[in-house]
Write a protein that binds this ligand. Structure first.
Ligand code: ADP
Ligand code: MG
Length: 292
C-alpha cells in the first residue's frame, strides 16, 4: 500500500478507537487466518468477584477470609484483587505476612504467625501433596459454572475453596461471531483450569481452546500455529501475554490492560472491546484494496 493509503487507514482505525502503531501491522491484519484470544481481561472483564466460599470442618469464615486477604495483599493478580475486595466489603483487614512468594501460573504462598499459607490452583496443591479430595467434586461443579475455584491450604491441610466469577464483556460474543464470519479461526488461551475455560469458551462460541497454559507457553503456541502455516493475530491484556503479542504476526493489546502488553503489541484496542479486531481487519482490507 502507498504511504498515503496507510495514513488514511490509520486515521480511519483511530476513529474506531483502534490505535495502529505501525503501518506494516495494518497491512498484515487482513491476512490473519488464526486469532488467539486470551481469556481473562480480554474476553472477560478481568474484574472477578468472589462468589463462593466453602469451608473445611472447624474453619471460621471470617478468619479464612482474613488469611486469604493477607496472603493476596502482595499479589497484583486480578484474582488477588477479588479476594481483597471481598474482605474489604466485610470489614476484614489483611495482616502483614512474611516469606511471601508468588508462583507464576499457580498461586501464592506466605507465612502468618505460625501458619504456612498456600493459595492457588489444583496443580499447586498436587505439587505440594495437599489432599484436596474432600473438595474436588464441588470445585469441579464451580468450574463448570464458569467460575474459577482456588484452593486454600493452612499448614498443608485444605481449609477452604474460594471461587470467583469474571463476567464476559457484553459484546464479546458478537465480536467473536464477526471474526468467525470473516473465516478466521479462533483459539482461546488461558492459565485458568480446563473446566472453567471450557465453560467460558462455550458461552462465547469458541470450540478451540488451550487451558492451564503456563505464562511462558503462550508465545510457544503462537510459534506452533505459525509453523503450521497460520498468519497469527494475538490479543491479550496481561504481562503474561507480552511475549506472545510480540511473536504474533499482529499483536493486539486491550487498551485497559497492562503497559507491558500495550508496548509489546502493534495495535491497541482503546475501547477494550473485541469489535476493534474486526474493525482493524476491515480497515486493513480497505487499505489494501485502495492501492490496486
Ligand atoms: P490467568 O491470567 O489466565 O488467570 P495465570 O497463569 O495468571 O492465568 O494463573 C493461572 C491460575 O493460577 C489461576 O487461574 C489461579 O487458579 C492460579 N493463580 C495465579 N495467581 C494466583 C493468585 N494470586 N492467587 C490465587 N491463585 C492464583
Ligand atoms: Mg488476561
Amino acid at each position: 500500500a502507498t504511504p498515503m493509503s496507510v495514513m488514511v487507514g490509520v486515521g480511519k482505525a483511530a476513529e474506531a478507537g483502534v490505535l495502529i502503531r505501525n503501518g506494516e501491522a495494518l497491512q498484515t491484519a487482513s491476512k490473519i487466518t488464526t486469532m488467539i484470544l486470551d481469556k481473562t481481561g480480554t474476553i472477560t472483564e478481568g474484574a472477578p468477584k468472589v462468589t463462593d466460599l466453602l469451608l473445611a470442618e472447624g474453619q471460621i469464615r471470617q478468619h479464612v477470609l482474613m488469611l486469604a486477604a493477607s496472603i493476596e495483599a502482595g499479589s497484583e493478580h486480578p484474582l488477588a484483587m477479588a479476594i481483597l475486595e471481598s474482605a474489604k466489603e466485610q470489614g476484614i483487614e489483611a495482616r502483614r505476612v512474611s516469606a511471601f512468594a508468588s508462583i507464576a501460573g499457580k498461586g501464592v504462598e506466605a507465612v502468618l504467625d505460625d501458619s504456612q499459607l498456600l493459595f492457588g490452583n489444583e496443580k499447586l496443591m498436587k505439587e505440594r501433596s495437599i489432599d484436596i479430595r474432600a473438595f474436588i467434586d464441588r470445585a469441579q461443579t464451580l468450574a463448570e459454572e464458569a467460575k474459577t475455584p482456588m484452593y486454600f491450604a493452612i499448614n498443608n491441610k485444605i481449609a477452604a475453596v474460594i471461587a470467583v466469577a469474571d463476567p464476559i464483556k457484553t459484546d464479546s460474543i458478537e465480536a467473536i461471531k464477526r471474526l468467525q464470519s470473516n473465516g478466521i479461526r479462533i483459539v482461546m488461551l488461558t492459565g485458568d483450569n480446563r473446566l472453567t475455560a471450557k465453560a467460558i469458551a462455550s458461552k462465547v462460541g469458541i470450540t478451540e481452546f488451550v487451558a492451564e497454559v503456563m505464562p511462558e507457553d503462550k508465545a510457544n503456541k503462537v510459534a506452533q500455529l505459525q509453523k503450521e502455516g497460520e498468519i497469527v493475530g494475538m490479543t491479550g491484556d496481561g504481562i503474561n501475554d507480552a511475549p506472545a503479542l510480540a511473536h504474533a504476526n499482529v499483536g493486539f493489546a486491550i487498551g485497559t490492560g497492562t503497559d507491558v502488553a500495550i508496548e509489546s503489541a502493534d495495535i491497541t484496542l482503546m475501547r477494550g472491546s473485541l469489535h476493534g479486531l474486526a474493525d482493524a481487519i476491515a480497515v486493513s482490507k480497505a487499505t489494501l484494496t485502495n492501492i490496486k
